[in-house]
Ligand binder design. Structure first.
Ligand SMILES: O=C(O)CCC(=O)C(=O)O
Ligand SMILES: [Fe+2]
Length: 350
């Protein structure tokens, strides 16, 4: 049994189990119909599948998504090269409270250290956001990317990959809108100046995988996440039906999609954002790439009017997306004595 710094050790109830349940039930959805949009009945079938997946799991996988394999291979290759650089080299693009994108290996989830390193970049560089989380402060600031010298192609392959993610994200949001009985383009306006970003994840082999987690349990705070993982595995989803952790077994060439907190609020809890975490192992390193679809910073997030009624009143107060992310970014670099800002803080209690 290996030993790790106590900062990584999870409380006993959050440690991974030795044996795990493989998430066979996680829906696998074939997106082929989106490439022939005139086939109305195929689209209708797809919309139904997406709707049930969002409702029952909050997680699903998609195949025939249209993202060229070559673009994904290129970004993985650059990500591997970057992760192999010396700590000193990587520290040149280190994330900090002021420089919020770049490399980081000291992240905590719920105050326990994660066994991973990340490289983050915003897809709209620079992105304009509030200068502080203070509600009355109207000042804005810009968050900019930091690109390393090596590998030189990193920036370009990331930009190419971004275009594919944005296209797929819009398609998925159209299907989600239709599944809620809304016009396909209902969500588009929220993304004019989107604050979406991409995270290249790297999980090293861990000497104590029974005590630590690659990434502690959490929900994604944005609209939707589009994740690709290599063949190592480790992502676990908290099954809605019984609260058990189940392992996602990624299908070849699939993307794993999950609903985020913003969508939960927009849909007034119709589609819930589900907890997930990453388990590590002692033998193989793991890479994954996550695209986080986020609204424009000036968006006020609140249940959509069409999805609320007298019988189903709004369950959340409106909150500013820009203030929310500014709050989150600030607390990422401080040890927390109170819980990070969550959508539950905006819940209306009757
Ligand atoms: O690496 C993974 O499989 C999941 C990463 C994730 O959930 C996240 O970065 O929010
Ligand atoms: Fe996540």
């Amino acid at each position: 049994m290996g030993e790790v710094d106590p900062a990584f050790i999870q409380e006993p109830e959050h440690r991974p189990k030795i044996s795990y349940i493989e998430g066979q039930g996680i829906p696998l959805i074939d997106l082929s119909p989106i490439h022939s949009p005139d086939n109305v009945s195929a689209i209708e079938g797809l919309v139904k599948e997406i709707g049930s997946a969002c409702k029952e799991w909050g997680f699903f996988q998609v195949i025939n998504h249209g993202v060229p394999l070559e673009k994904r291979e290129k970004i993985y290759s650059a990500s591997r090269k970057f992760s192999a650089l010396s700590a000193e080299e990587k520290s040149k693009v280190r994330k900090s409270e002021k420089k919020v994108y770049g490399h980081y290996d000291n992240e905590h989830t719920k105050n326990v250290k994660d066994w991973r390193e990340v490289f983050d970049f915003t897809i709209n560089d620079p992105v304009t956001v509030p200068a502080s989380p203070e509600p009355d402060d109207e000042e804005v600031t810009e968050w900019k990317n930091q690109w390393p010298q090596y590998p030189p192609e990193l920036r370009e392959v990331c930009q190419e990959y971004t275009q594919e993610m944005v296209k797929l994200a819009y398609k998925l949001m159209e299907l989600i809108a239709l599944s809620l009985g809304l016009p396909a383009d209902r969500f588009h306006d929220f993304f004019k100046d989107q604050t979406s970003y991409i995270r290249l994840n790297h999980y090293n082999p861990c000497p104590a995988p029974h005590l630590a987690l690659g990434l502690g349990r959490h929900q994604d705070s944005g609209v939707l996440t589009i994740l690709n993982e290599d063949d190592v595995g480790g992502l676990e989803v908290k099954r809605k039906t019984d609260g058990e952790w189940v392992r996602v077994k990624s299908a070849p060439d699939a993307y794993i999609i999950n609903i985020g907190d913003t969508t939960q609020v927009w849909t007034n809890d119709e589609y819930e954002s589900v907890e997930h975490r990453v388990v590590v192992n002692s033998e193989r390193e793991r890479f994954s790439i996550a695209f986080f679809l986020h609204a424009s910073s000036y968006t006020m997030v609140e249940p959509l009017e069409e999805l609320t009624s007298e019988q189903n009143p709004a369950k959340y107060r409106a909150y500013s997306w820009g203030k929310f992310i500014t709050h989150r970014k600030r607390s990422n670099f401080q040890k927390l004595s109170v819980e990070n800002v969550q959508i539950s803080h905006f819940k209306i209690t009757q």
